[in-house]
Ligand binder design. Sequence first.
Ligand SMILES: C[S@@+](CC[C@H](N)C(=O)[O-])C[C@H]1O[C@@H](n2cnc3c(N)ncnc32)[C@H](O)[C@@H]1O
Length: 276
Amino acid sequence: MQSKRQKQFYDKCSMLGFNIDKQYYWYHTINLGNELITPGVFDFRGNIAKYFFLENMHGVSILDVGAATGFFSFEFARRGAMVTATELPSLLELDTFPGQNIKDVLNKATKHASGYVYQKPEQLDSELLYKLLLLEPFTFCNQHLELKIPRRFVNIYNFSEETLGQPAFDWVFIGDVLLHTIDPFKALASAAKMCSNTLVIAQHISDSPDDRPLMLYIGGDNLEDDVSAWWRPNLSWFQHVLKKLGFRSIEVVGGFNDKYLPNGNSESKTVIHARR
Ligand SMILES: C[S@@+](CC[C@H](N)C(=O)[O-])C[C@H]1O[C@@H](n2cnc3c(N)ncnc32)[C@H](O)[C@@H]1O
């Protein structure tokens, strides 16, 4: 069933004469102007200051890793940055637990997503789901905001000059992506090598009883568990690994409780800046 926010969005789209597929999954809440606001399941607008991005990003290149609906990419562009947004090339590239079949994982994701995209699970294959979840909502906003942010469809493990079109970016932003990687070392190292100045990581991190660098495993103990999330490192893990990856200063600059709007559940998110 459509929520009130979703209905308002699509009613407004019709009023403005936009041809929009009503089945998109909106991850981010994005103000597109003319009182048109995407009905995202997260709304980071009130907490954007807690990421401590530069107010003026003119002349700054930034890589938005796993941009999803693109809220952060659009914000960077508004501040004047040269933005490149990345996304997975296909849902079939999502990490799985060894022995787990990606098709089974996607079947589960499909059932979950069908509640948001008003489509019966059996009508959603991985290609359609990809289109409705990741490909087209960003494109819609990019066009509507009259931005031409380039997108690169590359798995985080495969970042390189060749796949991203330039040798490095001044800033690299990794918001809630590492938890979806089964090998966060490899993923973080791959993204870090593309960063020449400041790497921003924003995600839930594990509380720690002491200063040892630890990662909490959150993938469950059977193949049926929802395993789209694997690891939750603690701050000391980030400090050690980022130092080893060549960052001189690693600092927690902010944090806030982010709320999953459909059920109101919230968790604390930490924002880390690592500088070369
Ligand atoms: C939870 S969303 C986070 C969206 C946004 N970065 C934010 O901070 O709000 C995770 C994003 O990472 C992408 N993603 C998941 N696994 C990935 C991988 N292995 N390589 C690149 N992107 C990945 C997803 O498709 C999605 O766009």
